[in-house]
Write a protein that binds this ligand. Structure first.
Ligand code: NAD
Ligand code: DAU
Length: 354
């Protein structure tokens, strides 16, 4: 790293901190003994938000949870003033590509309008640093070679990625026009604990455990670059503290695999952990109709964050997947509550009645 610490945030507003990546960031930051600031977690608790994901930090005196919509400018403005927020780290989003194909409206509302409202609050507050968490999907789809760089032209292909691209453009525009201090990160596919089981890896683990078909879209040869979610959390914190204002950083996992390779690795892990026969698990592989407009390949050139901020992924894919499989095996109750919606009862009992 350059050695210089540019920012020392004292009061963070984290949006979407009850979701998969946001909750990993909240747990990561509050796990840093030398973090002496405070963190307000603003989350609407949509189907993807779950306070169980942040139960470990619920009683930390540095932490406060607020249920609310990022598009509620009045609420966000009040939180920024009351907590003297100096840094917004913005994870909240509608995040699932398949849902965006079926019902794009919420993606525009939250990802575009919601981000716009947050930016307006940050602009009015004057001295707030805004970190925007985005995705590699804004760059579109790659052929068999090459990797996305920070200067790769945007070419989003799904309503999800188009909505994230729109939000990225707004963030850039606010930096350019209003001199809002911003940083931006575009990350590849995350995996790890507490991911909603609509996404490839937790869905496949759940189905393997329950001996259900493993639905592989198309020919299964689409490539994604997989990053362990805690590594993403660390990258975001490093950018927030030491990233150059106005800059974008690509974050990737050096974990390029076809979907079929990922499923086979998961089969190996589940077979090893449960004693189930590998051949029986392999027979669950089922090729299904492809996702419309399915991007073929993503790959990330993350040399900028590596060189400027000395960040690289810590976890290799094999050990990360093993740990992830163990997590879901050890948290069958979590999986069940999320799948059936029963986690909302947990929410009522543990949060809303307080
Ligand atoms: P997620 O769907 O698991 O969580 C999203 C969270 O945002 C949930 O807690 C939800 O309740 C909250 N939320 C949704 N709408 C809201 C609103 N209007 N107001 C307040 N809160 C709201 O998503 P994720 O996978 O954790 O992704 C988080 C961010 O990281 C997103 O911006 C996504 O684009 C980005 N990202 C994700 C990945 C990945 O692989 N998961 C990779 C790169 C970037
Ligand atoms: O690249 C970063 C993006 O990764 C994030 O911005 C998104 O929020 C996140 O959801 C993820 O998007 P993907 O569409 O790549 O993830 P998903 O887990 O939905 O799918 C991964 C791959 O697996 C993709 O090629 C589609 C395929 N797939 C997915 C599901 C759910 C299947 O073959 N079968 C499935 O059932």
């Amino acid at each position: 790293m350059s050695g210089r610490v540019v920012r020392e945030p004292r009061s963070l507003l984290v949006t979407g901190g009850a979701g998969f990546v946001g909750s990993a960031f909240v747990r990561y930051l509050l796990g840093q003994a030398d973090f002496r600031g405070t963190l307000v977690n603003l989350d609407l608790l949509t189907y993807a938000g779950n306070l169980e994901n942040v139960a470990a930090v619920a009683d930390d005196p540095r932490y406060k949870f607020v249920r609310g919509d990022i598009a509620d400018g009045e609420l966000v403005g009040r939180l920024v003033r009351e907590h003297e927020v100096d840094t917004i780290v913005h994870f909240a989003a509608e995040s699932h590509v398949d849902r965006s194909i079926v019902a794009p409206s919420a993606f525009i509302e939250t990802n575009v309008v919601g981000t716009f409202r947050l930016l307006e609050v940050a602009r009015a507050a004057k001295s707030v640093h805004f970190h925007h968490v985005s995705t590699d999907e804004v760059f579109g789809s790659l052929g068999p070679t090459g990797a996305f760089r920070e200067d790769t032209p945007y070419r989003p292909n799904s309503p999800y990625s188009a909505s994230k691209a729109a939000s990225d453009h707004l963030v850039r525009a606010y930096a350019h026009t209003y001199a809002l201090p911003i940083t931006l990160s575009n990350c590849s596919n995350n995996y790890g604990p507490y991911q909603f089981p609509e996404k490839l890896i937790p869905l496949m683990i759940m189905n393997l455990v329950e001996d259900k078909p493993l639905p592989i879209y198309g020919d299964g040869l689409n490539v994604r670059d997989w990053l362990y979610v805690d590594d993403h959390a660390e990258a975001v914190w490093r950018i927030v503290r030491s990233g150059r204002a106005g800059e974008t950083y690509n974050v990737g996992g050096e974990g390029e695999r076809t979907n079929l390779e990922i499923v086979r690795l998961l089969i190996d892990c589940v077979a090893a952990e449960t004693g189930k026969a590998r051949s029986a698990l392999e027979s669950l592989v089922t090729f299904v109709r492809d996702r419309p407009g399915h991007d073929r390949r993503y790959a990330i050139d993350f040399s900028k964050i590596q060189q400027e901020l000395a960040w690289s992924p810590r976890r290799d894919l094999a050990s990360g997947l093993r740990e992830t499989v163990r997590f879901y095996l050890d948290h069958r109750g979590w999986l069940e509550r999320v799948r059936t919606g029963a986690y909302r009862d947990w929410l009522r009992e543990n949060y809303e009645q307080r």
